[in-house]
Design a protein. Sequence first.
Lengths: 578, 191
Amino acid sequence: MKKLLLGNEAVARGLYEAGCRVVSSYPGTPSTEVTEYAAKYDEIYSEWAPNEKVAMEVAYGASVAGARAFCAMKHVGLNVAADPLFTASYTGVNAGLVILVADDPGMHSSQNEQDSRHYAMASKIMMLEPADSEECLKYTKLAFELSERFDTPVIIRETTRVAHSRSVAPLADRVDNGLKEYTKNPQKYVMAPANAKGKHVVVENRIVEQTAFAEKEAVEIGLNSVEYNSKKIGVISAGICYDYAKEALGDKASYLKLGCVYPLPVELIRSFAAECETVYVLEELDDFIETHCLKNGIQVKGKAEFSLLGEYSQSLIAKVILGEEKPCIKADVDVPARPPVLCAGCPHRGLFYALKTSGVATVTGDIGCYTLGGSKPLGMIDTVLCMGASISSLHGRNKANPDAANKSVAVIGDSTFIHSGITGLVNIAYNQSNSVSIILDNSITGMTGHQHNPTTGYTIKGDPTAAVSLEKLCEAVGINNVFVCDPYDIEQTRQAVKSALDCNGPAVVISRRPCALLKTVKHNPPLWVDAEKCRSCKMCMRIGCPAISMKDGKACIDATQCVGCNVCSQLCKFDAIV
Amino acid sequence: MNKSVMIVGVGGQGTLLASRILGSALLSSGFNVKLSEVHGMSQRGGSVVTYVKYGENIASPVIEKGEADIILAFEQLEAARWLEYMKPDGKVVVNTQQIDPMSVVIGDSVYPEGVIDSVRAAGADVLEIDALPLAQQAGSAKAVNVVLIGAMAKFTDIPKEVWLEAVKECVPAKFMELNLNAFELGYSYGG
């Protein structure tokens, strides 16, 4: 049976068919759906972990216990999980351990454009890269076999276009070989220096064996493949870039497709390159394969002709290699940009407006929907770095410039706070700074599309479970001033922020209101503008609600978008919004 | 021969369901199909695009400038934004709805006048449709996406019965009648 599957859905299907038993992940675009789809299979235990490091350690533990196990994350998530990654390479596995990392060339939904292939090389872990959904499924199953055969974790690398494209994949039945026996083996599993020294030798030998695999056996099983057409142009590629090249060049080129991007073969590449007149390495982001070629004395073209930035495409490849461009037509009209905005009824809006009107000068931001609070007209975010950095960097700011502490706050979502904000808050309490951390508790992990987290009281399957009490957690780490407010009530929110800023000592404000898009949230009837009362002062426009616009000189509310949050009506001095 | 459709709109308008219906209809017609969509950040009221490609053998899942046979635009401005991605002799099906981007809402830029006229002036073959009243007639304003898929459907070489089956497959059972009506209203629009 064949089905049209999302790349991420195909990975989940691969987990099912491979008999994977344990999945633990933290959501992150474009990797999130793998775990959501995995959770639909009752045969697989699936969970959302508080962060990627925990997720990888859970999967590792399951593997050592004898279950095929898996974790998924976005590229920056692998930074968080890098600690277990590097040493899991040394211990190896018991049952297969597969790690999926999804890179985001073009930064559709990310704060940087890092290339995760460097992690494979740095941790000396084999990495496979699928080009479409069929390969997502096939490589996932193969990754478990290779993991067990070479006694190593195996990484699958996706890019956004593979993760979020749908293509046809054939389905098969699940094969579950049960729990493998676990045998105590400290030399293998206890990475104290004496044991680790021995294991490092094993790791280096393993890479040699895997390189031999990449040279020959990988070709026999179609993981690495050579296709000769015209030999004027040779293309060495992997993943989505192979698809782009095929579309742009067709049989005008010959192809070496690398399904295994680490370790890379040398002789396979050398013999392919020797057959072709001009050889291009087509790879997004860094010159990973190109550097490997040049290091081994294989002449190729690559980044000098293409780019280290953003995505490749069939048109870019056709333009650079063939000098061809397709004709197109263009509308003679200035099209304003349409970046994402906070949704109508988003509870973050009221909080940001309250900050803006409470004399707050500096806001350290974090990763989530509320990053959009930095956009006009609210424009209330000074910095965004990585998960959790709002709280820890605010502490640094306030230690550097204590005089500004009473005008500075950190904003962080409930899920991001649990992910890695809490350690920053422990630091604030321990090293005492007058820092105000605001937790935007919207009862869900929002930006990635509504995943439960340890504060929501529900598991990935929607079953009730223990919920972290943010108030008690903050108190327990030594924060004596905790204020709770409803961001739909602007005055109440301003008071909470002011009280926190006035405290002598660290404080936390919990701005609590569920995401307006949650199915469980009941909406009020939409508001409307009484045109006779509206004086066109545009006060209501200051909150940047997408449901409000000016029509014929008066404010106007789009009833299909408005959820009746009443934030705008609190701004209107003429009671025109009812 | 390979063909391609771009579905463009504003996050929250239901473009993903539309692309799923299209994908399902193409698959049951025996085509090789690839769809590409961007999730995450761009769901939040931003410009969104889904690429749908079908034929015998599809390599790249994305559509580039000058490649689309059809652009189905859920909003006027988005039709103009993505027009370059269409073949010069392609077809634009555009919903006449206007949604102001935030820069327009706060007065930093203006929503241009005569957007559809300039799309036509560029040489595009345009079908404009006000899908909202048709969706309301079918029973819900939310069915705008299915009305639009209906309006686009007759410019493909897929039989109507296949489309109706695809709608049934992709929408929840309790909204099936409503969505089938919405599809019909779109399909019969403009002859």
